[in-house]
Design a protein around this ligand. Structure first.
Ligand SMILES: [Zn+2]
Length: 312
C-alpha cells in the first residue's frame, strides 16, 4: 500500500505533469480514509523520497499541504490547493467536461453574442459565486456599473476562463486608469470606449452573455497590444489583410468604426476561443485561417493556451 500512495503522491508532485486520474484516485483514496492503515513511519519514508525527487516549488507546496510531511492532506485541502487558475490543468478538465463537437454550428450569421453556446461559455455561470466574480473582476483592474448579480457572475465566468487559459490575470486585459468599468445599460449597442466598456442589454439579454463580454473585453485587449500581436502572427512577412480573416461569424469580417480591419475580427475570434473553440477547429468558411487563429491563441497568445482542450 505504501508504494501505491507513494506512486500517487509522486504523480501529484510533478505539478505540470500530474494527470487527472491520479488526482481523482488520490482524493477518493483519502476521502474513504483508506490511508488510515498506513503508519506514520511508512508515510514519512514515502514523503521524504518523493520530496527529494521534486522541484523546489512542488516541495514547498507539498510541505504546506502536509505540514512538513507529518500528515496527508485531506481530499478537500488537496482539491483547493490545485484549484487556482494558475496552477491547475487537471481540475479544469474536471469542471469543464469536453463536449461533443459534431452537432455544434461551425459558423454564425451574426455576432457570437446572439447564440446560446458562445453565450453560455465554457465555465457554467452558475458555478461562479458573487464573491468569486468580485475577486476576478478586481484581479483584472476592472469594476462594474449598473450590473445585476448575474451579469457580474457572467463577467466573472468570462474572466475566469481567460485566466485559466493564461495561468492568471491577463496583462493586456487590465483596466486602464484604476477605475475602468463594464457599464451595463438597457439600450441597444455595445462598445469599448476610453471611459468604459458599455454593454447594451438590448432585447437579447446580452448582459448575461459570456461571448458579449469576451468580445468587448477583446477590444480593450486589442488596443493594449493584442491587435499588433495578432496581426504580426496572422499576416507574417506579407503584412495583414482581410484575406487573413477567420470567419467564425458574419460579423467577424466587419471593420470597426475607427477603420481597423483587425478589430471586429480579433474580438470575434477571441470570443470563439474563449467560449466555443470548436468554431475555429471545425470552420468550413475559412478553415486554414481559423486553424491558424486557434494556434495563435493556443501556442502564442495565452501562456496556458493548451487548456483550450477542456472546452471542445
Ligand atoms: Zn466589436
Amino acid at each position: 500500500m505504501v508504494n501505491k500512495v507513494k506512486e500517487l503522491i509522486t504523480g501529484w508532485l510533478q505539478m505540470k505533469k500530474y494527470n487527472f486520474l491520479n488526482l481523482a484516485i488520490l482524493i477518493s483514496y483519502m476521502s474513504l480514509s483508506s490511508c488510515e492503515d498506513m503508519n506514520q513511519a511508512q508515510f514519512q519514508h514515502a514523503y521524504t523520497d518523493v520530496a527529494n525527487e521534486s522541484s523546489p516549488d512542488a516541495r514547498q507546496a507539498m510541505d504546506e499541504l502536509t505540514r512538513g510531511g507529518r500528515t496527508l492532506p485531506s481530499g478537500r485541502e488537496l482539491t483547493e490547493a490545485v484549484s487556482n487558475p494558475g496552477n491547475c490543468d487537471s481540475c479544469n478538465a474536471l469542471r469543464n467536461p469536453v463536449v461533443a463537437t459534431s452537432n455544434q454550428p461551425n459558423y454564425y450569421p451574426t455576432s457570437l453574442k446572439n447564440y446560446p453556446i458562445p453565450s453560455a461559455g465554457c465555465i457554467p455561470v452558475s458555478s461562479v459565486s458573487e464573491a468569486e466574480a468580485s475577486a476576478l473582476i478586481r484581479s483584472q483592474g476592472l469594476t462594474t456599473q449598473n450590473a445585476t448579480s448575474s451579469e457580474r457572475r457572467t463577467l466573472g465566468a468570462t474572466i475566469k476562463r481567460v485566466q485559466e487559459l493564461n495561468g492568471g490575470p491577463l496583462r493586456m486585459g487590465m483596466g486602464p486608469g484604476g477605475n475602468y468599468a463594464f457599464n451595463f445599460k438597457n439600450s441597444n449597442g455595445s462598445w469599448q470606449g476610453g471611459d468604459a466598456i458599455h454593454i447594451g442589454r438590448g432585447s437579447h439579454d446580452h448582459g448575461n452573455s459570456v461571448a458579449q463580454h469576451a468580445h468587448e473585453w477583446a477590444h480593450l485587449i486589442g488596443n493594449q497590444g493584442g491587435y499588433a500581436m495578432f496581426k504580426r502572427y496572422m499576416g507574417g512577412s506579407g503584412g495583414y489583410s482581410r484575406s487573413d480573416h477567420c470567419l467564425v461569424s458574419g460579423y467577424a469580417d466587419n471593420v470597426t468604426s475607427s477603420g481597423r480591419i483587425e478589430g471586429e475580427q480579433f474580438a470575434e475570434v477571441f470570443a470563439a476561443f474563449v467560449t466555443q473553440p470548436s468554431l475555429l477547429l471545425n470552420n468550413t468558411q475559412t478553415p486554414g485561417n481559423c486553424r491558424k487563429v486557434y494556434n495563435f491563441f493556443k501556442d502564442h497568445f495565452f501562456a496556458r493556451g493548451s487548456r483550450v482542450r477542456s472546452c471542445q
